[in-house]
Design a protein around this ligand. Structure first.
Ligand SMILES: Cc1cc2nc3c(=O)[nH]c(=O)nc-3n(C[C@H](O)[C@H](O)[C@H](O)COP(=O)(O)OP(=O)(O)OC[C@H]3O[C@@H](n4cnc5c(N)ncnc54)[C@H](O)[C@@H]3O)c2cc1C
Length: 132
């Protein structure tokens, strides 16, 4: 992907950037790399190198009903999601796509039930207030 003065071009053919020079080259178009490149591109020419594909228009990524599907379609080299084991031995996944792990992550919001609150001896109103 190349950017210069606010414009964004997604390029999948390496030959199109071969021999060209840029003020900055950012490796990894993920959660941190993509906004970094976007910010730099306001004043400089930037080449953002991303090893994965583009998420735009991919139903596996943009349709909410498919949220868990990338997890079950993991391969070694090309899948949107990649399995890894950290240096401490913890199994995890990470994104292999423009947008990075943000493309595959998600947030959950839960509240406990009134039975649990009573059993814990908490004040139900305070708990409700704290949630809000
Ligand atoms: C399932 C899941 C749930 C999560 N839930 C939460 C949550 O609730 N709250 C929270 O704060 N965080 C959560 N995270 C973690 C969060 O998504 C990551 O910490 C964050 O996205 C990491 O950002 P990053 O920029 O460091 O890396 P990434 O966003 O992973 O970006 C790295 C990019 O670099 C690319 N890349 C890697 N190597 C190369 C290379 N050699 N050449 C070119 N490109 C390369 C990758 O393809 C990727 O696009 C979750 C993660 C996952 C997987």
């Amino acid at each position: 992907m190349s950017q210069g003065h606010g414009t964004l071009n997604i390029i999948s053919d390496v030959e199109q950037v071969q021999g060209k020079s840029y003020d900055y080259i950012v490796v990894g178009g993920g959660t941190s790399g993509y906004p970094l490149a976007a910010t730099l591109s306001k004043r400089f020419t930037v080449l953002l190198v991303e090893r994965g594909g583009s998420p735009f228009g991919d139903p596996l990524i943009i349709e909410k009903k498919n949220f868990f599907r990338p997890m079950s379609q993991i391969d070694e080299f090309t899948s949107i999601e990649q399995e890894l084991v950290s240096e401490e031995g913890v199994a995890n996944q990470r994104g292999r796509v423009l947008g990075g792990s943000t493309v595959i992550n998600g947030g959950l919001y839960t509240r406990t039930n009134t039975e649990y609150i009573a059993r814990s001896g908490w004040d139900e109103n305070l708990v409700k207030e704290a949630y809000e």
